[in-house]
Design a protein. Structure first.
Lengths: 303, 332
């Protein structure tokens, strides 16, 4: 082989390598572009639909994926606030209430329990914790009807407690907190606090809790989203529309629009109501997203 | 083991931390201390361990153990107008496992599980591997976009897809027209299965992707470097190194998906408003339990269906965990 042909072969080789490299860069990008369109397009549709009037939803001038000539978001919001004497905002407030109170309660209980499991070798701990692990597999919805029957026996259905109290249970949150406590709270540190005369409660509140903050945030977010998304339980235990969370309220409007005709059809309220309801969660989710990734890592890596 | 708020795994073994902990946990107290101090430490552990876990125990018993036991108790009785409520033993279970409606519903959710879970986990793994390898702003943006549907409640997601599937309000009629085709009937008996798979895939893939991606993030990069020096391609690294390294999180995501799909309720319940004739009210076991309790007032049989479903889910999860024990380190 002479010099020139060798160089040519070399060039060819680097070119193929480069070609493969570009090829291997194009395909992943293409996959991600398709994924972005797939995952965002429905949300975009909802945003556009929220700005349309009832007739615009069906006969929009620019099709379903673009804005209609008449921009009716303002009208929709006004109608949302007045329809059935403004019950929509009541549903939103209810959802906030259930999500925040349930979230704070579930997080407090999980944090304490995770800490207790991780840092104290108490009698019966291993059996107790294995039962909790087993409970991770019990489908929450299979308990909804039995919980309802129990609650109706003691007259607790159709109260806020019927929704709030069951949402305090979070075996997964407890599990995550335990893993985090075991890996980030060294025994030596707790021993040192004890030697310095700090009580167990003070060690927990002043030394351990600050270190646990990232995991607490994740567990809190998970509980809040769980409560906010709750549908089966409130649908079963609540019958008074004034107590509905937004998920149950909107499905009722959707059912009414499907079944009814004329003034019963409030499609524009269903779409704009759905859109408004996801705004708070989407925003907080975008702002807090590093806690999702960091926190889920704790559970996923060590599970 | 915490670096700037991010947990760093103590070791790369897929063995869960809690298995190793019993050897190390309180050893600092027990070694080289007198018996009296050890006794005190044990007493303290007993007192405070139960103090911290007591609220959880209360909630756990009241909202998990009691409903479960109660459901089982109620399922052992039957109500007839003539005889009132009488003890009938396991006859409700005998009825359930011969009841074509329950068995069909169970068959449906098993079929959904068999199709939906692999689709979601494989897509999630592909996205996580690409985003992990790319490490650009574009990749970070895609991660956010793929995870975004998780912030949309399942009810709203199903509602939205109900609109998108509709001939009048959805975009598919005009999209297919561009190619001179007719949009498929998404909510017809033939189209329904795929349509529901799509709704759930859209909703949950991002969540599983983040779980897998988080695990990928904690693999030390030196491992890839040496593989690269040995001439491994990015694809080989992804398949032969990264994927096995995150197998425990894959198993965990699969268990979540499995349990979630077997409980299928929200999506078919919401889409039923758009397709009453295609989705019967007892489409899934959970929907059947709801219908029995509220439309037919058969509380005892409804509790039977709930309990049977819970039992089947636990059995399937345990079997899955046993099969994947090596990968996950769970259930050892």
């Amino acid at each position: 082989m002479n010099k020139t042909s060798r160089r040519a072969a070399n060039t060819a080789r680097t070119m193929t390598a480069q070609h493969i490299k570009t090829g291997s860069r194009v395909l992943p990008h293409l996959i991600l572009v398709i994924a972005i369109i797939y995952f965002l397009a429905p949300v975009w549709w909802l945003l556009v639909a929220a700005t349309k009037s009832n007739s615009g939803l069906f006969l929009g001038s620019a099709g379903p994926m673009w804005f209609d000539r008449t921009f009716a978001l303002g009208d929709n919001l006004v109608q949302l606030s007045t329809y059935q004497s403004g019950i929509y905002w009541r549903w939103i407030l209810n959802s906030f209430f259930y999500a925040l109170v349930g979230g704070v309660g579930a997080t407090t209980i999980s944090v304490m329990a995770g800490y207790g499991f991780a840092k104290y070798k108490f009698k019966g701990r291993d059996v107790y914790f294995n039962i909790v692990l087993g409970a991770l597999m019990i489908p929450a919805t299979a308990l909804v009807i039995p919980t309802f029957i129990l609650m109706s026996n003691i007259g607790m259905t159709n109260t806020v407690w019927a929704v709030l109290l069951p949402s305090l249970l979070s075996p997964f949150g407890t599990y995550l907190m335990r893993i985090y406590c075991m890996s980030s709270l060294p025994d030596e540190m707790m021993e040192a606090a004890r030697v310095d005369g700090a009580g167990e409660l003070r060690t927990f509140l002043q030394i351990s809790l600050p270190i646990m903050t990232p995991a607490i945030t994740t567990v809190f977010l998970l509980s809040v989203v769980g409560c906010w998304n709750n549908f089966f339980l409130p649908q079963v235990v609540l019958s008074d529309p004034k107590l509905f969370p937004i998920t149950v309220g909107l499905t009722q409007w959707q059912a009414r629009s499907s079944a009814g005709s004329g003034a019963e059809q409030i499609w524009n309220l269903v779409t704009s109501g759905a859109f408004v309801s996801i705004v708070p969660l989407v925003i907080s989710f975008l702002l807090l997203q590093r806690y999702w990734v960091g926190g889920l890592a704790a559970g996923a890596v060590k599970a | 083991m915490t670096v700037a708020g991010r947990t760093v795994p103590p070791s790369l073994s897929s063995r869960p931390l809690y298995l190793a902990e019993s050897e190390t946990d309180m050893s600092t107290n027990t070694s080289k201390t007198t018996r009296r101090v050890t006794g005190q430490a044990a007493q303290r552990a007993n007192l405070w361990g139960w103090f911290f876990t007591a609220p959880f125990a209360v909630v756990f018993v009241v909202f998990l153990i009691v409903p479960m036991v109660y459901a089982f108790y109620v399922s052992l009785y039957s109500y007839t107008q003539v005889r009132g409520t009488v003890f009938t033993g396991i006859s409700n279970y005998a009825r359930a496992f011969k009841d074509p409606i329950f068995l069909q519903g169970m068959g449906r959710v098993l079929l959904y599980t068999a199709v939906m879970v692999p689709i979601q986990i494989i897509l999630a793994l592909i996205f996580a591997l690409i985003i992990d390898a790319m490490r650009t702003k574009f990749a970070a943006g895609s991660r956010l976009a793929i995870f975004l549907p998780y912030a949309v409640p399942g009810v709203i997601g199903a509602l939205m897809w109900g609109f998108l599937y509709s001939k009048d309000m959805g975009p598919f009629a005009s999209i297919f027209e561009l190619f001179g085709m007719q949009a498929p009937a998404f909510l017809s008996p033939q189209g329904l299965f795929g349509s529901l798979v799509n709704v759930v895939t859209w909703q949950w893939t991002g969540y599983y992707m983040v779980i897998i991606y988080s695990a990928l993030q904690s693999i030390p990069h030196e491992l890839y470097e040496s593989a690269r020096i040995d001439g491994a391609s990015e694809l080989q690294i992804a398949l032969r190194i990264k994927t096995p390294m995150v197998s425990s999180s894959l198993v965990m995501a699969t268990i979540f998906a499995l349990i979630g799909t077997l409980q299928f309720y929200t999506e078919p319940m919401v889409l039923r408003n758009n397709a009453q004739s295609v989705i019967p009210p007892e489409y899934t076991p959970n929907m059947y339990a709801y219908t029995l309790a509220f439309n037919y007032n058969q509380v005892n049989y409804s509790a039977t269906v709930s309990f049977a479903l819970g039992l089947i889910v636990v059995i399937i999860s345990v079997i899955f965990m046993r099969i994947t024990r090596k990968q996950s380190g769970l259930g050892e």
